[in-house]
Design a protein around this ligand. Structure first.
Ligand code: DGY
Length: 319
């Protein structure tokens, strides 16, 4: 008998078709938001769960599935899953690291450029038919060369951003609870700073840390007070790392110059005040959204799931 698997939302077609040949597959919904009661109700007889960052897999969900062997998350971040509890029940948890590093780093650079060169505002200006000719002070922005990029979180994605940023002439500083060796820092050409030092020194601050108890509201009102008033904040990691209320105030009051966001504290809700501000570029959590990367994420999540169901070690186990 094939193992029973709950897939919370569709994968890309090729991956979902393949999965359907391997397991007894139940697709919960086509919609990206699945009510928790429904997840709880549908998981009861399942051996495997393939889920996404929008699915909260907490104790209640885990307790509802006595035969569950593996939770395969189709995302690198696993803040939607109670990993410690799953592990205590002998359930494997997997994610999709590495395959999305380059796409997410590309999107970070896109946001940095869009914000510093006011691309979205300028595009809107053209669409409104307001362009009446070249002007010396039309949409002045900030130049990247010679500025300092402060990376908060210096894992795979932070370092991939660093590689790109060097080509734009940015100086690099980083903060991470795990400091690199001096040898590695020299090779990447990035210098370590304590968080508060980084916030005070950086012209552009970009967040690439996981969301956990240590990083929740890491960037609070107090931290905004440390930043330059010309600073740009980029967040492509997880919304709750930034206290959104404090960010809105900082943008409204000119405490910082601008921001670029791909994630939100109460996703998918976006604070209405952010929607009214010109000095923020807003994206709908598309950091990894390229055809190539999303296909790799889907197949990696499927492979992890199948391996876990066969009792083999998955390719990317969350330890
Ligand atoms: C992740 O994988 O955690 C991203 O947020 C979505 O690709």
């Amino acid at each position: 008998m094939k193992p029973k698997v709950l897939l919370t939302h569709p994968l890309l077609k090729e991956a979902m078709d393949y999965l359907a040949t391997q397991v007894d597959l139940e697709l919960a919904t086509e919609n990206m938001l699945l009510p928790k009661e429904e997840l709880v109700a549908r998981i009861t007889d399942k051996d495997g769960l393939l889920c996404f960052l929008t699915d909260p897999v907490d104790r209640e969900v885990i307790d509802a599935a006595p035969s569950l062997k593996i939770i395969s998350n189709c995302a690198v971040g696993v803040n939607n899953i109670d990993v410690a509890y799953a592990r205590s029940k002998g359930i494997l948890v997997t994610n999709t690291p590495e395959v999305l590093t380059e796409a997410t780093a590309d999107l970070t650079m896109a946001l940095i450029l869009a914000v510093t060169r006011r691309i979205v505002e300028a595009d809107e200006f053209c669409r409104q038919k307001l362009f009446r000719g070249w002007k010396i002070d039309l949409f002045l922005g900030q130049e990247l060369g010679g500025k300092t990029l402060g990376l908060i979180g210096f894992g795979r994605i932070g370092r991939a951003v660093a590689r790109r940023a060097r080509a734009f002439g940015l100086n690099l500083i980083y903060y991470d609870p795990n400091r690199l060796s001096l040898e590695e820092e020299k090779q990447i050409q990035a210098s370590y700073r304590e968080l508060d030092e980084l916030l005070a020194e950086a012209d552009i601050i970009s967040i690439h840390a996981p969301l956990n108890h240590q990083t929740y509201h890491l960037i609070s009102a107090e931290k905004f007070r440390l930043m330059k008033n010309t600073a740009v904040l980029i967040n492509v990691a997880r919304g709750p790392i930034v206290e959104e209320k404090a960010l809105v105030e900082a943008l409204e009051n000119g405490r910082i110059w601008a921001a670029g966001l791909d994630v939100y504290e109460h996703e998918p809700e976006i604070d209405l005040r952010l929607l009214k501000l010109k000095n923020v570029v807003l994206l709908p959590h598309i950091g990894s959204a390229t055809y190539e990367t999303r296909k790799k994420m889907c197949f990696l999540a499927v492979e992890n799931l199948l391996r876990g169901l066969r009792g083999e070690k998955p390719l990317s186990l969350v330890e």
